[in-house]
Design a protein around this ligand. Sequence first.
Ligand SMILES: Nc1ncnc2c1ncn2[C@@H]1O[C@H](COP(=O)(O)OP(=O)(O)OP(=O)(O)O)[C@@H](O)[C@H]1O
Length: 912
Amino acid sequence: MGSLSGTWEIVEATEELNSGNKTGKNQKLPELKLGYKDNIDDDINKLFESISQKTSRDLSLLQDGTSPKMKNALKKPITVGVARSPRIGTSEPVTLKQALRDLCISKASEMAAIKRLSKSTSSPRVSEVGKIKTLYNAVVAEPSRAGLSFVESKGTVYEVSLVSEESKSVSLMETSHYCQTEVGKINTLQNSAVAEACQPGPSCVESKGDIVETSPVPEEIKAISSEKTSQTCQNAKIISTSEKVHQSPKLAIPTTQNDAEASMVQSNLVYSSTKFDVQLQRMETSQTEKQDSAHSLPVSGTNASKLELPENTSSKKLGNKALVSKNGRKGRSQTVSSSSNSVNVNRSSKLSRSTPRTVKSVIRNKNLSKKKLKQDSSSVLSALTSNEMNNKSVPGQTQLICQRCRCTLENTSNGGSQESIASESTSPGDGVDSSNVHAGGNNPVLTSTNCNRSRAVAKVKKTTRLREQLEFSQSSKSSQGEYSSSTSTSDDSNVSGSTCGNRPHMSKDVRWEAIRHACMQHGVLGLRHFNLLKKLGCGDIGTVYLAELIGTNCLFAIKVMDNEFLARRKKMPRAQTEREILRMLDHPFLPTLYAQFTSDNLSCLVMEYCPGGDLHVLRQKQLGRSFSEPAARFYVAEVLLALEYLHMLGVVYRDLKPENILVREDGHIMLTDFDLSFRCAVSPTLLKSSSDVDPAKISGPYTRSSCIEPFCIEPSCQVPCFSPRFLPASAKARKLKTDLAAHVRSLPQLVAEPTDARSNSFVGTHEYLAPEIIKGEGHGAAVDWWTFGVFLYELLYGRTPFKGCNNEETLANVVLQGLRFPDSPFVSFQARDLIRGLLVKEPENRLGSEKGAAEIKQHPFFEGLNWALIRCAIPPELPDFCDFGISELTQQGKGKYLECNATGDHVEFELF
Ligand SMILES: Nc1ncnc2c1ncn2[C@@H]1O[C@H](COP(=O)(O)OP(=O)(O)OP(=O)(O)O)[C@@H](O)[C@H]1O
C-alpha cells in the first residue's frame, strides 16, 4: 500500500453520490460507496475491504503490466458517504492514506474518549455527551458546594436561592434529564455562575466555549461564618471565554453592608463578549419545553432571587445565549450586554427595592436572627417609605404637632418647594418636621388636605414604631442615644416658616421639643423668635450667630444669609447646596438642621450650636501648636466617619480644613460648611477585596499587622493552649492576626462612596487643594482623601505640607513638590505612612480612591480603634474650654452684638 499511496485518491463528493455517477468514471468502484445510514464500523470495514480488494486486484494488474488507462481510473474520485467536512457539496481531494489515518484516528479517539468517560467525566472535550456530562457535574457539584439547592421545577424558570453551608439539601434527581440537551449546557453555565456567585470565596467560573471549568473553593473561605457567607454570597465574578473572543462576564450582586441597607439587594449582571453576548432573557420556545427543566432552590421569604434561564436553543446559538434574571425583568437588576469588542463592565449597581435575599433556613444563631429581624424591619420600613409614604411621610408625633400649625400647611400649599436630594421629592411645609427616609431616598411632602394628613399620620405612626424597633435593634451600648444610618430630611421653604424636625440620632434632644413647642405656639418660626446673642463668625455666604430660642433656654447657631446679597454675588447656588445638604444630614458628627425659614429676605438656617470653637483655634492652643497623636487620631477618625457618611449620600465635601471642624460641648466634632460641596450619584458596589488590595498604596506594617475589627485579637487575649507548641505566643498572635487580617481583606467590600464622580470647579482652600483640582483635570471623591491627608498633617505638625510664601507658590508646591516630614514633633511611622498614602498626587493611586473610607479605616494608624463605639470614646481634653452659660450669654448678648426687634417683623443686625 505504501508504495501506491501517491496514486490513490479518495475524494469526498456527496453531490456526485447523489447524482449517481455523472461522470461514469466512478462506476468502476461502486463497492466503495458507503451509505450514510450505515454505522461507522460497517463503513470502515467496507472501506477496508474495498480497498484491500482493489489494491490486490490492481496490484496484480499492475504487476501484470496493465494498461495506464486503469491507473487513470484509479485516480478518479470515489464517493464516500461519510462526509468529513461540513461543507457538503464541495469536494476535497484526500489521499487514501490520509483518509484511512483519519478514520483510524477518529475511531481510536472515540474509543479513548469513551474509555476516559467511563473513568471520569472531568474531561469535557471528548464529545457532546462528555461535555454535557461535565457541565452537568458542574451544576451538581457547584451548587452543593456553594450551598445552592434545587427544589422544584417550574417550567423554564430557575429559582436560585443563596443558602449557607448548613442548609445544603440538594435534590439533584430532577436535574438529570435537562443536562442531555444543549439547553442543559446553557443552564449549567448559568447555574455555575450563580453557584459561583454564592461561593464564599474568590473562585470564579471560567467558561471556554461550551466548557465550564470551576475553580475549587478554598477551604478556609468556606469556613467563614454564615453571616459573612451571606455577605460574600452577594459577590460573584464569572469569566467566560468563548472560542474566539475572550469575554469577561461579571455577575455582581452587590449588597449593602449594614443591616438597614441589607434589605436592598441589588443584582447586576454584566455579561459581555463579542461573540458570546449573554443576556439573561427568557426565550419562549415550545420546541424545547420538554427539554427544559426548572429547578428552584429553597428561599426564605417570598422573593427568591431568581434566574430565569433561556428555553432552548440549538447548540449553534449557544454562543449567543441570553440569560435573563427575573429580577432584572422586574427592574431589580440590571442586565448589560456588551456590544462587540467592548467589554462592558458595569460595576456600578443601583440599590433597588428588591426584597432582601433572606436566608431563614440558615439563620441559626442569635446574631443572625437579630440581623434578620433588622432586615425585615428595615425592608418593611423601606417598603413603607417607598410605596406608602412617598411624599407623605413624617414621624408621627411631629406630624400631629405640626398639623396644628396652620402655617405649615399654608407653606406647603405655597409651594416653596425646592429641589431636594431625590429627584421626585420636594420638601415644602415649613413647620413640619422631617421624616426618616433613606439617604437619597424619598423626601416627604406633606399635603395640605386633612385626609392625606390623617392617612399620613397613621402611616407615620406605623413607621415610627418600626423605626423604633430598628433603632432598638441597632443600638449599641452607647448611652448617647440611637444611631441610624437613615437620614432625615427636613422640610424646606424659601418663602417663610420654620422647620421642626426629628432626626433619629438627636431624637431625644430637648432642642427639638423647644422648636416644636415654638412651632405650635407661634405658627411660623422667624428671627423674631430668637434672641441673637453673639456673632460666631462670618463666612462667604452668611453670618453665623449664637441665638437663644426665646423662652426656652435652648441655644442654636443661626446662619443668616442675605438673599439679595447672594443673588448679586451669584452665590445663591452655594447657599442652596448647603441648605440641601444640611437637610439630608443625620449623623453625630455632622450638624443637625432644626429649622429653616426666611425672614425679610434673609434665609436662616437654625443649627446645632458647637461651643467648643473650631479645630484651627483649638490647635493654636495646644502645646507646640500641634495635637498629640492620640488627639489627632481621635479627631481625624471622627472626620473620616463624617466624610464616609457624606460620600454615601453622594456629597463630596471638598473643603476640609481645621476651621470647618467644630468642637461640640461633649468634645466630639462636627463638620460644618457645605457650600463648596458637590453632589453626585452613588452606586454602591460590592468589591472583592482580596485581589483589590493594592500593596503599593500601603507600605509598612500594613501587610504584617492590621486592625481587623471586629476580629482584632490582642496578644493579651491569646488563649495559650490554642497556640501551637512550637510557636511562641507572640508569634502565634501575630500569625493569627495576619491570617485574620488577610481573611477580612479577602471578604467583599462594600463601596458605597462615589468613585467616579467628577467636577471641574476650582474650589477649596489653597493649602488644601488637591493636585487634580489645581491642574483642572476634573476631580472626584478622592479630593477629600487628599484634604484628609493635609488635615492630619496639619494637626500633627502644626502646618500644612505644601505651604509656600504665597498662594501661587503653595499651588505649585502641591503639584510639584514631594512630601516631606519635619523632624519634630515626633510622629509615628503609622501616621506618616497614612499621610503618605493619602497625599499621593495621582488620585487613582491615592489611598481611599478605590474603596473609600473603608480602605483608610484599615490603616494601622487606626489599629485598635473601635469605630462603632467612637461616640463613646473619651475625647481629648479641651484646654480651658470656655462654655458660656446661657444666662451669661443672654446677658452678654442682648443688644450688645445685635439689634433684634423680636416683636416686629423688622430685624436689624450686622450681617457682613
Ligand atoms: N454650628 C455652629 N456652632 C458654632 N459656631 C459655628 C457654627 N457654624 C458656624 N460657626 C462659626 O461661624 C463661622 C462662620 O461659619 P460659616 O460656615 O458661615 O463660614 P465659613 O466657615 O467661613 O465658610 P464659608 O465662608 O465657606 O461659608 C465659622 O468660623 C464657624 O466657626
